[in-house]
Every structure is written in structure tokens, then in C-alpha cells.
Design a protein around this ligand. Sequence first.
Ligand code: NAP
Length: 462
Amino acid sequence: MALRWSRMCWLPRCVLSARIRTVPTSRCLGLQRTLTSAPHPLQICIVGSGPAGFYTAQHLLKHHSQTMVDIYEKLPVPFGLVRFGVAPDHPEVKSYGAEDKQKLGIPGEDLPGVYSARDFVGWYNGLPDNRHLSPDLSTETAVILGQGNVALDIARILLSPLDLLKKTDITQAALNALSQSRIKRVLLVGRRGPLQVAFTIKELREMTNLAGIQPINCPSDYQGLGDIIKDLPRPRKRLTELLIKSALKKHGENEVVQRTQSNREWGLRFLRSPLAVLPSEDGKRAAGIRLSITRLEGNGETAVAVSTGEVEDLSCGLIVSSIGYRSIPISPRVPFLQKSGTIPNSMGRVQGVPGLYCSGWVKRGPTGVIATTMTDSFDTAQSLLEDIKSGTLSCSNPRPGASTVRELLLLRGVQPVSFSDWEKIDAVETARGIEVGKPREKILDPEEMLELIFRGHTTRQL
Ligand code: NAP
């Protein structure tokens, strides 16, 4: 994290654009540096200031001495889902992102009480679009659909002791809601089996080590796995061993003290695929989920869940669908594969659009952690540099670059927010965090951010 942040000072110019109508158009683009030693520096525009954007910029700036990079971001604050996606109690991970959510495509999905993981995570992380989500936590049982790391993140946030969360940059609104939460049980439902869970061992271990939280798994789900795991690849083997150990752990074992502090539980439900959200009697909100009981065809990672025809209903007042993220198309002129939510590309070179490159989840799909995104972004930057070297990408003519973009933004009434403007927001958020013993207290309302930047004050709304 520290490394990535310090790399930002390599950026000759970082522009974050935001929409504002009332500010004079002369106040824009705080940081600019002109490169003098070459007539036509390589001018690169990066859309999106998440980790993929920054890592791509880093590689280009490091390996091409005459480069100018402009990073554009629709919000007045940078870092994308590093700021808005990663769990607040994982400051060391701060990593992943994509704009949209996968739909479940089942009846009742839009009932109150059902949330997408993207919105739920955005809510506790202070994403402006999700600041009014206000999820109802007055139920005893929460069901999370999906068994990936995002599902575990959400389960952990729902069950963590408040004292732990208070020290993170989770929003005050989320802390207030969690302090009133009546949730006692969180179930993570997967359509496949224990050998196909998508989360990783570190996140599982954190969950099993959470103070006072009891596992409520079904030991029978793990029967017969002992014979299989010895032949599994090492990461899956270790993960499955921990799963079995935690599933067979007796209630209260080694946790006499913790049991007195909390009576909260979590569990994994396997071979269950969501069929429908069940409404409450008055039909006004979610009261349960109907699951199709499945069996597996095939083995290992590629096994497919098929319905047995049986169903099971689970009562629950909160349902979070955590079945993956999706990228969205950037423009009708950029090809996009709807099914995978990716841009068709070859090593980051967008097919059929010379001069355009992609990296991150829009390049490879919504999988992988920070290290994956870093490598992937370096590969894209390397493709671009190779294309310059081979002459496939011509840089011989001067390009207007950022000045044209700025003119266009101003014509559209968009007042750009510069990197130094963001630093003002950062300073205020950090100072507010110190007041309450947190790393930062995020500002949730973009209008308040803009007030702070352009008028020097804020309307405080926590
Ligand atoms: P994910 O790892 O792809 O997991 C998605 C889960 O949803 C899987 O259990 C999947 O089951 C299930 N699913 C997908 N479609 C479904 C459907 N139609 N019906 C029922 N279940 C369905 O996605 P994620 O949890 O959103 O994470 C995205 C990426 O970010 C992952 O690479 C993850 O490791 C990473 N991440 C990392 C961290 C960290 O490092 N701490 C934290 C959060 C996220 P199937 O396997 O059967 O498809």
C-alpha cells in the first residue's frame, strides 16, 4: 500500500474529473508538468483510477522516460475500489474493482432486504452512490449467496466485534447501523460443494478466528473428503483441510471465554442454488430464500451443479447476493463481450481499435487479487511500449492530449478536480478520522467534497 501511494508522485499529471456547475471554469488542473527534453512526449490517457490504472501508469512511467499520463476518474476521489471495495479491516489488501454487479435473475430479487454485494460493500466503504442504502439489520439470519472472498468479507463485517471495526475506515453510518444490528447468524450458500469454494485460506482463517463466532456447519458435508484431499493441488488441499477442521470443531471448543461475549454464528451451506426470494406475508420485503438442492456432475474445480428437483426454504430477513462483479461497456465504439463482461483483447491490445489498451477486470474478468492486477497491468503497459518500439503505434505527431479533454469537459460544464484538490479532501478525512481514532472518516457526499475543494468549507454530514 505504501509503495503504491508513493508511486503516485511519479505521475506528471493526474486529473480527476467531477461534475459541478457553480464554480468558475478557470479553476482546474492543479498539477501539470511539461517535459522539455523531447518535442512530442508520449501522451497517455488512462480512464479509471483504480489499481489497474495506477499500475499501468507506473510501468509506463518507469520504462519510458518521455511519458505523460493523465488519469481520469468520474468521482472527485481517486483509487476506485481500493477505496470503495476492499473490506475496511483489510487495509493491507486494498485491491479490486469493477463497476457493476451480476444479477441473480430470480423472482423477488428486487424486494427490500435483498442487496447486491457491490452495493452492500459500497455502503460500508462510503461509495457515494450507496450512502443511502441503509440496510435493514433487524433480522436474526442473514444469507449470503456465493462463497467467494467478497462473501466472506461481508460475513466478517456483519459479525465482527464493533471494537475491531471502530479502528478501521468503515463509515460512521455503517458503524451506527452495525451497533444496532440484531443479526446472530450468517449463512454463506454455495451451489457447489466444499471442494469448489471460491474463497481463499487467509480469509477463511480470519473467519474461523473471529472472536466469539461459532461455526454451524454440517459435518456430513465433508464426509469422504479425507480420501480425496491428498491428491489436490496444495492451495486447495490446505484450504479444504482448514474447512474440515473448522466444520468438525465442536461448539464452544477452546472458546469458553468468547462464548460469554457473543452468541453469533456463521456457516456454509453447500449444493444449494438460489431459486426465488420469498416475500413476507404482506409481500413488502424479503422473508426467506428458496434454494434448489443440487448435485455435482464432474469433479474438482470444473464440477457443474445440476438440480436434483428438490427444494429447501430458508427463513432470513437479509439476503446479499455475492456472485461476482461485472465490468460495464465504456463506449459503443469499444468492443465489449456481454457474457464475460470483458473487452476482447490480446495482451491488453483492444481488438480492432489501434491505440486503445485495457487492463484490470475489464481485461480478464472479475477475478484475482492485487498481485494479479499488478502483473496484468504491467503486461498491458508492456504491450503498449512494444507497439511503440515496433512502430505499430505511431507517436511521431504531436497530440493535443489533456488540453483537448479539458476543453471538452469545460464545454460540458464539468469542473475538473485535480490531484492537489483531492489532497484537500484527504487531509480533512484524515483529520476527522483522528478525532475518532480511525485512519480516516470518509466524506460520503460528492457535493460536500466539491464544497470543500472550491469553497474551502464543508457541510458536515456523517
Ligand atoms: P468469486 O470469487 O468469483 O466468487 C463468486 C461466488 O459466487 C462463487 O462461489 C460462485 O460459485 C458463486 N456464483 C457465481 N454465479 C452464481 C450463480 N449464478 N448462482 C449461485 N452462485 C453463483 O467472486 P467474488 O467473491 O466477488 O471475488 C472476486 C475476486 O476478488 C476474486 O478473485 C476474489 O478472490 C477477489 N477478492 C479478494 C479479496 C482478498 O484478497 N481478501 C477480497 C475480496 C475479493 P461457482 O464457483 O459455482 O461459480
